[in-house]
Design a protein around this ligand. Structure first.
Ligand code: ZN
Length: 107
């Protein structure tokens, strides 16, 4: 199991950042492919916004852009119809593969 997967199991979403030029990489890589400097792991804020979504049976699925400018697919947890641009909080897990779910913030 990789470091990234271990962290997902703990509910943490890790990205990494170049120590020199501050570029964010995901998936995690050890070395910056721009300047060759080592990167360091950073925990994501796990906040994002809905880019698009669809309804399948009684559940919503969608594409979310998290604050670090990474796009992820997952289940959207909302009691009512979500809106594009709505703020969500991401919860992560690992069950044989990464699992992402997005909880719509009440407003
Ligand atoms: Zn760099």
């Amino acid at each position: 199991m990789s470091f990234f997967e271990e962290q997902l199991k703990k509910g943490k979403f890790y990205i990494c950042k170049c120590k020199n030029c501050n570029i964010i990489f995901w998936p995690i890589q050890k070395v910056c492919n721009k300047c060759g400097e080592n990167t360091s792991g950073v925990e994501s804020s796990c906040k994002g916004t809905i880019i698009e979504f669809s309804k399948k049976e009684s559940e919503f699925f969608g594409l979310v852009k998290i604050d670090e400018d990474i796009r992820l697919l997952g289940k959207i947890i909302s009691t009512e119809l979500p809106r594009i641009g709505q703020s969500v909080v991401m919860e992560v897990g690992f069950q044989n593969r990464p699992v992402y779910s997005f909880i719509v913030e009440k407003n």
